[in-house]
Design a protein around this ligand. Sequence first.
Ligand code: AMP
Length: 147
Amino acid sequence: MIDPEINEILMQNKEHFVIPASRVATVQADNSLTHAFLVLTKVRYSKIPVLGADDQFEGLLSMPMITETMLGLEKLSFDKLDTLCVGDVMQTDVATIENPYDTEDVLHLLVDNPFLPVVADTGEFTGIVTRREWMKTFNHLVHTVRG
Ligand code: AMP
């Protein structure tokens, strides 16, 4: 269990915990891989959320999931990028959180994941919690706690 006084200091930074969905780069599950390839190249994030109808969270997409479909024996082929869609190659076993202020849960999951999608109980994607924002929160903590 996290010390309540420590948690109180962590929560002083709570307004920065979630990057809202409106500021997160995403692709749609029915987008072609050509479109997704262009998006990932432009945004420069290694993995981004995949959404379905009504902003439902569907999974995550990274460039290797796309380039895997391009591998031939001796050369790369772009042929499949127009016939396959994001939903065909995305990662679906994803750790998500419903409550971004559940410190215990978030810290545990951020050990193995650079970011966590925040998903409402309706399945709607509402934003992400990143390791980077949490590192800033820790920085605040270690400069605030007095022995
Ligand atoms: P960071 O901790 O800011 O380096 O972000 C870690 C990971 O979270 C990035 O590599 C991306 O996969 C994802 N991420 C962070 N910010 C965004 C964003 N605005 N849109 C999409 N993905 C993001």
